[in-house]
Structures are given as structure tokens and as C-alpha cells.
Write a protein that binds this ligand. Structure first.
Ligand code: ZN
Length: 341
């Protein structure tokens, strides 16, 4: 593997023939077989754009899912999608969500087929994203388990089954998305990391966790404004993650107020460092990307550093997202050239 291998945290914008552009959770514009074919074509485009930009560990750009959590939960039993409830997500915004009405189970892998297709369409290592157990429990109205830890542990068992299917399909990195890890710090330490380790148990692949400050949407921008001049949420959870079985941690650095020295708390782990800001349409220059990489090299050994995006690119325009991908690839190449690699 090359040093400073690049990747993205997961999502890319969808083509406008597949879903309404520049919208989170945009509804599909196709249906039935046309939708399935459209999604496969969109995955091919997403792969080519990553490859051309010099992204080393590629994803499907989440072209087959509308939402990073509920598109997985749709495949489970024990969840009622018809009669929704309104809850507050991560103490920030209200959303209409499905209800847990009985024991949750996974009748069949949700993304196994998608993952096989993805792997067959590229020669590069593939990463696949799944929602983390704590974030799943936080995105539903629970009317059965009565405690979030119990529900999260049930989800962890299901995620482990799903992940086994992804590994069998040829996926090399499985990333669990846990934005909730920046909100419920006590729960993370009490059971969140344990749930994550349960989801990751005995998998023959690299395991990553993505912890971020969210998409560049209004509710998140307002929340970040209230977090003060230094964001130290990571300081509480990183020591516990450093002691965990998780291999890689994906976190936000570009334009964030996370003190860079906090990265030192994750000694021994691979760090997917966000060097691309997803909350602005301003496209980074390769020099700016290189500067963030160099700054993190003070705290992270070179062989543990994976330049990435802060979060998903899905709400951006395709033009901006493509330019940001290229800046990421070019910025990492600049640093590699400086180091004589
Ligand atoms: Zn994120």
C-alpha cells in the first residue's frame, strides 16, 4: 500500500437523474428495475470519479441509499416504517423516524448484493459504510427494548451478520458511522465502544469508525457555533477508542476547531484525517490540503495517516464534490512527492 492512501468518509452527490440534487435524503426519481439500474450506473460513475481523482480506498458513494441509517434499517424486522414517531436527533433537530415495535432481526443481508457489484467494478480496495449501533439506536423511536444500550447491543449483533456478508463480498474496510459518539460521551464510554466491538467481532477486514460533527446543514452549523473556540469532544472518547479493538478512526480536522494535538490520544490507531471541509462550497487547493496533512504529521506517524474528507459529500453539487475529490488526491500526492515517495 502507498503511504498516505486517500479515501472519503463515504457519500458522494447523486446524479440528478437518480435523485434531486443538493438535498439530503432526497427521494429517488426512478422506481423498480429502472431504479436498480440507475443506482448501478451511479456507482460506476462514483468509482470512476474517485479513481480519476487519485482516491486509493474507494466507496460506492452511497448511491444505493437515501439515508445512511434508515436505508439499512428498512431491511430489518421489528421496525415499523409506516407509523412513524417524531423525535429529536442528537439533541439538535426533530425528525420523523421509524418505531421499534418488537425484537429486531436481520432476515437477509441488506447490502451484500450491492457490495459484490461494487467490488466487481473496481480493482482498488473497497470500503463499505454501515451505521454504528449507537447511532442506529439514536435514530429510532424505541417502544420495545426500553433502554438504548439493550437496543444498541441487538443492533450490534445484526451489524456483525451484515458485516460478515460484506467481507464475503470482498470488502476490505468496514466503517461504522457513529456521529452520536460526539454527543453522548458518557454512553460512549459506558457501552458505545463495547457495542461497536461487538459489531466488529471476528471480522476478517479492517474496522473503522467515523466520528464527525455532521454534514454542512443548518442545524449542525448552529450546534458547532455553540461548542466554543476549541472542540474537545474527542478528548473524552479517544482514550477509550485507543484501548479498543477498532483499527481506524475517522475524524474531522479541516476548518474545525479540534485541537490537532488531540490526535495524539489515538496512538497506535490508523487515523482517517478529514482534510476536506464538507460544510462549504469553497474548493480547497492541493496546497491547503497538503498543509493540513503536514500539520497532522506532527501528531500521527506517517504510516498511520489516511487523508480523507471531514464527512459525507452528498449535499454538495457534483461539480464542487468532484473538485474537492481532486484536491484531496492532489494534496496527498504533493506531500508524498516532498517526502520522496
Ligand atoms: Zn460524518
Amino acid at each position: 500500500m502507498t503511504l498516505l492512501p486517500t479515501t472519503i468518509s463515504g457519500s458522494l452527490p447523486k446524479p440528478r437523474w437518480l435523485a434531486s440534487p443538493e438535498r439530503l435524503w432526497a427521494p429517488w426519481l426512478l422506481e423498480g428495475e429502472a431504479l436498480a439500474e440507475g443506482q448501478r450506473d451511479a456507482v460506476r460513475v462514483a468509482l470512476r470519479e474517485q479513481e480519476e481523482a487519485g482516491i486509493d480506498i474507494v466507496t460506492d458513494g452511497e448511491q444505493t441509499r437515501q439515508h445512511f441509517v434508515t436505508s439499512f434499517i428498512e431491511g430489518l424486522e421489528g421496525v415499523d416504517f409506516e407509523n412513524r414517531a417524531t423525535i429529536k436527533i442528537r439533541q439538535r433537530y426533530e425528525a420523523s423516524v421509524p418505531r421499534v415495535v418488537g425484537p429486531v432481526s436481520l432476515p437477509a443481508p441488506v447490502f451484500g448484493e450491492d457490495a459484490r457489484f461494487l467490488v466487481s467494478e473496481t480493482s482498488q480496495p473497497v470500503k463499505y459504510q454501515l451505521p454504528g449501533p449507537m447511532t442506529m439506536a439514536d435514530t429510532l423511536a424505541d417502544e420495545h427494548y426500553g433502554d438504548r444500550e439493550g437496543l444498541a447491543m441487538a443492533f450490534a449483533e445484526i451489524l456483525n451478520l451484515e458485516a460478515q456478508a460484506l467481507v464475503a463480498a470482498g470488502v476490505r474496510v468496514i466503517q461504522f458511522d457513529e456521529p452520536a459518539f460526539n454527543v453522548y460521551m458518557d454512553d460512549v464510554k459506558a457501552w458505545g465502544i463495547r457495542a461497536l466491538e461487538l459489531a466488529a467481532r471476528d471480522l476478517e477486514c479492517t474496522i473503522a469508525v467515523h466520528i464527525c460533527y455532521g454534514y454542512g446543514i443548518e442545524a449542525n452549523i448552529l450546534w458547532k457555533r455553540g461548542l466554543g473556540s476549541e472542540w474537545r469532544q474527542y478528548e473524552e472518547t479517544f482514550p477509550a477508542l485507543a484501548d479498543s479493538t477498532i483499527d481506524q478512526v475517522s475524524l474531522e480536522v479541516a476548518n474545525s476547531r479540534v485541537p490537532t494535538e488531540l490526535l495524539g490520544l489515538l496512538a497506535g490507531k490508523d487515523l482517517m484525517v478529514g482534510v476536506i471541509d464538507v460544510a462549504t462550497d469553497d474548493v480547497e487547493t492541493p496546497e491547503q490540503v497538503a498543509a493540513v496533512i503536514r500539520a497532522t504529521m506532527e501528531y500521527v506517524p506517517l504510516e498511520n495517516l489516511i487523508p480523507s474528507t471531514n464527512c459525507g459529500l452528498v449535499p454538495l453539487s457534483r461539480t464542487v464534490a468532484r473538485a474537492k475529490l481532486r484536491a484531496l488526491g492532489a494534496g496527498a500526492a504533493l506531500v508524498r512527492a516532498e517526502l520522496g515517495m
